[in-house]
Design a protein around this ligand. Structure first.
Ligand SMILES: CC(C)(COP(=O)(O)OP(=O)(O)OC[C@H]1O[C@@H](n2cnc3c(N)ncnc32)[C@H](O)[C@@H]1OP(=O)(O)O)[C@@H](O)C(=O)NCCC(=O)NCCS
Length: 248
């Protein structure tokens, strides 16, 4: 496949293609209330941090890697925001409003078209994001990594799962493995990286599950059970991620 990987700053005409990734995420993931703060204005505020890969022939969208800069005073090799993904978005937005100079860049979303997965495109996009971040003058890329095969192993503690390795000592989880091979080091667990609250009707619509009993509800592709409270008519998903640090 002959690919063009570019930023939206360089090719603003490709911006509409960022929305052409149907089925990239499980439905409930589109309902993190904090995400809207990024997606509603990233193309205006952060176009040089947003990458898209298109097939040169048809200019079809193949993959995307969206990121955001934020200010962080501590050493990113050992200390990163405990609130993970949501905290990056809140900080990046607040920094922009307050005029603070960012010091780190974090991916917000790296996604590959579902029919083009397992071809090495995720590694290619991560590499492009690393190079773009360095080109913008940063020395670190940090990522609240979503170890997506965790949903198949909810019976083991999260920290144990992310420490699993396979031959060669690389992580068992495929997405953590891509980051490790690119040179990232694990900094720690972001226990509350993304919080998605909803009424039971909303969770039923997002998952096609009954949500009719209080307690933990396993949801396909969720990295932790969703906490359901029938009497209160609410359910909440708190996703753990793993902070990694790429020294550029
Ligand atoms: C995560 C994602 C970006 C990976 O993209 P991809 O192009 O399929 O990844 P690659 O082809 O580069 O594969 C990377 C590794 O993961 C493995 N892998 C990919 N999907 C896998 C799966 N479903 N099960 C097991 N292993 C898998 C590959 O075999 C490869 O491992 P290897 O190099 O050791 O053989 C893609 O699945 C995606 O867009 N998912 C939805 C969005 C998401 O979760 N993004 C990550 C958080 S921002």
């Amino acid at each position: 496949m002959d690919l063009l990987v570019t930023t939206i700053a360089e090719r603003p005409d490709l911006a509409p293609l960022l929305d052409a990734f149907p089925g990239a995420w499980p439905e409930f993931m589109y309902h993190d209330p904090v995400s809207a703060l990024y997606y509603d204005c990233c193309l205006v505020q952060f176009p040089e941090y947003c990458l898209i890969a298109v097939d040169r022939d048809g200019e079809r969208p193949v993959a995307k890697a969206l990121s955001a800069p934020f200010a962080w005073a501590a050493d990113p090799a050992s200390d990163l925001p405990p609130g993970g993904y949501d905290e990056v978005i809140l900080r990046a937005s607040a920094d922009r409003l307050a005029g603070r100079t960012p010091t780190l860049v974090s991916p917000i979303e790296i996604a590959v078209q579902p029919q083009l997965r397992r071809l090495g495109l995720a590694a290619l996009m991560l590499d492009a994001l690393r190079r773009n971040t360095a080109h913008l003058g940063y020395t670190s890329l940090v990522a609240p990594v979503r170890p997506y095969l965790r949903h198949e192993h909810l019976d083991v503690p999260f920290a144990d799962y992310v420490a699993w390795t396979v031959a060669g000592g690389v992580p068992y989880d495929p997405w953590l493995r891509v980051h490790a091979r690119a040179g990232a080091h694990v900094v720690g667990v972001a226990a509350c990286s993304m919080t998605i609250p909803g009424t039971l009707a909303q969770w039923r619509a997002w998952t096609d599950l009954p949500f009719d009993e209080s307690g933990p509800v396993p949801v396909p592709h969720a990295l932790a059970p969703v906490h359901c409270d029938v009497a209160a008519d609410q359910a909440v998903y708190v996703e753990p991620n793993v902070w990694v640090h790429h020294q550029l």
